[in-house]
Design a protein around this ligand. Structure first.
Ligand code: FAD
Ligand code: NAD
Length: 478
């Protein structure tokens, strides 16, 4: 007789583990199937985000940022640090400790909530059954009234740049290097390319980023992307746009990358190479053929607005379904699906999902870009405020960047906020709340912001949209 649950979640990344915890909180008997093994073969919860994604990258971004800040700006603050150097194995060990504390934390939360961890690879079978294949190949079965697929995503590999040992790597490989490559190539100037490119450049690599598109960060607001590109180039990231990789060859000198751009055929040689050209949904063998689980044209599990698949009582959430591949998006879908299974109302506002690229300065946005607003024919107001005019930014030596606010002209509703600037990921939360609560320019204009904070820049950008910013000259006065 198969083990019987109310809910089985397949995958324990931020979408799956959050769904499992919320299900358990709602009184549902819950199991979670997870197959992740770390480099030593130990089973781990937390998925891509905790093991090789959000968390380890932020740990290394922080270590490398502190190093660079001390190297470039310590003296300006009157801090003298002679013989400053980066101890890479210590940085990597700190990152590993952060990861293992957090993955261990999820394990504790599973225990505290009575969630059963079924270790192995899950597959949905007919009759609301999940088959679990353990590492040793043995199989077992469990049933559940509802099944949630949260199997996440994996890096896309491209034929011109096959991975090789620790020389040509994806995000997981680039988190494990214990020395700084003298020269580093990155294919893809997306989120991963910019975050990893920043880490290794700060630690001393000469970094060249090769990007197929001619527009830099085409998903971001154009003015913000332009400012960020200028900033990264000034920092020394060599970003080559409109460059299509044709092949890579390993030689005794490193990796030769051949690409074509507007000028014709080009080659560069680097010591190591990171391939960061996007991720694809992880759907391999997740359901028996007879269930006819529908995938969409891009290979994502097809779901409706409520994350329901075409198979009754089978749901799917996170990177394996449409929408941005972001941990918080998956986690919110997990909560919403748990609530729906428990007969409650699950809410997600896909128009208010925050995006952050954790470079320095950070790029953060929520809602529509100015280009989208124009394309949709919306009559709008726009206001921006430079970090250079912020007292706090001056005090902390972070004057690069801009806050930009977009609002509908007819009712002043905030519809987009875009920031390139230090700590903008934290400022962004205020913009997300404003959009979620259908806030207007007037609501924010009459809100008091603490002085001196970087958040005042958001307030001033709101005021600027009405031509009444205090700390910059306005184009039109009100
Ligand atoms: P995943 O985290 O991929 O988890 C899926 C889990 O399912 C995995 O543990 C996998 O082992 C398991 N699994 C798959 N198939 C099976 C099966 N058949 N049986 C059992 N288990 C299975 N997002 C952010 O929001 N902020 C960031 O700062 C950020 N940084 C990132 C940095 C990097 C380098 C990368 C690669 C990604 C980053 N992301 C970030 C994206 C984020 O990691 C993903 O959006 C998020 O992990 C998706 O969550 P998920 O639960 O859907 O999938
Ligand atoms: P991405 O989609 O952000 O960027 C990939 C880039 O590679 C694109 O600019 C694309 O034009 C380029 N590209 C594709 N094929 C190419 C080729 N053959 N040659 C040159 N360039 C090519 O993908 P990513 O950076 O791999 O990240 C994957 C996902 O992980 C993203 O969806 C992102 O949301 C998520 N992620 C998020 C964060 C964060 O939230 N801070 C951090 C890292 C990753």
């Amino acid at each position: 007789m198969a083990n019987a649950f109310d809910v089985i979640v397949i995958g324990a990344g931020p979408a799956g583990y959050v769904a499992a915890i919320r299900c358990a909180q709602l009184g549902l008997k819950t199991a979670c199937v997870e197959k992740w093994l770390d480099d030593s073969g130990n089973p781990k919860l937390g998925g891509t985000c905790l093991n090789v994604g959000c968390i380890p990258t932020k740990a290394l971004l922080d270590s490398s940022e502190r190093f660079e800040a001390m190297k470039l700006h310590g003296a300006e603050h009157g801090i003298v640090a002679e013989g400053l150097s980066a101890d890479i194995p210590t940085m990597i060990a700190r990152k590993d400790k952060v990861v293992s504390e957090l993955t261990g934390g999820i394990e504790q939360l599973f225990k505290a909530n009575g969630i059963e961890w079924l270790q192995g690879t899950g597959r949905v079978l007919p009759e609301k059954t999940v088959e679990v294949t353990a590492v040793d190949g043995s199989t077992s079965q469990a049933t559940a009234a509802n099944i949630i697929i949260a199997t996440g995503s994996t890096p896309i590999n491209i034929p011109p740049a096959p991975l090789f040992e620790d020389i040509v790597v994806d995000n997981a490989g680039a988190l494990a290097w214990d020395s700084v490559p003298k020269t580093l190539g990155v294919i893809g100037a997306g989120v991963i390319g910019l975050e990893f490119g920043s880490v290794w450049r700060r630690l001393g690599s000469e970094v060249t980023v090769i990007e197929a598109q001619t527009d830099f960060l085409s998903v971001a607001d154009k003015a913000i992307a332009k400012a960020a590109l200028r900033g990264f180039q000034k920092q020394g990231l060599d970003i080559r746009l409109g460059a299509l990789v044709k092949g890579t060859e390993r030689t005794k000198d490193g990796v030769v990358i051949s690409y074509t751009d507007a000028k014709g055929e080009q080659q560069i040689t680097v010591d190591r190479l990171i391939v960061a050209v996007g991720r694809r949904p992880h759907t391999h063998n997740i359901a028996a053929d007879e269930l006819e689980l529908l995938l969409d044209e891009r290979g994502f599990v097809h779901v409706d607005h409520n994350c329901q698949t075409n198979v009754p009582n089978v749901w799917a959430i996170g990177d394996v379904v449409r929408g941005p591949m972001l941990a918080h998006k998956g986690a919110e879908e997990g909560v919403a699906v748990a609530e729906r299974i428990a007969g409650k109302h699950g809410h997600i506002n896909y128009d208010a999902i925050p995006n952050v690229i954790y470079t320095h300065p950070e790029i953060s946005w929520v809602g529509k870009t100015e280009e989208e607003v124009k394309a949709e024919g919306i009559d709008y107001k726009v206001g921006s405020f430079p970090y250079a005019a912020s007292g706090r930014a001056k005090a902390i030596n972070e004057t690069e960047g801009t806050v930009k606010v977009l609002a509908r002209a007819d009712n002043n509703r905030i519809i987009g906020v875009h920031i390139y600037g230090a700590q903008s990921s934290e400022i962004l939360a205020q913009a997300v709340i404003a959009i979620e609560m259908e806030g207007t320019l007037d609501d924010l204009a009459s809100t008091i912001f603490a002085h001196p904070t970087l958040s005042e820049g958001f307030h001033e950008a709101v005021l600027a949209a009405d031509g009444r910013a205090i700390h910059v000259a306005n184009r039109k006065k009100r």
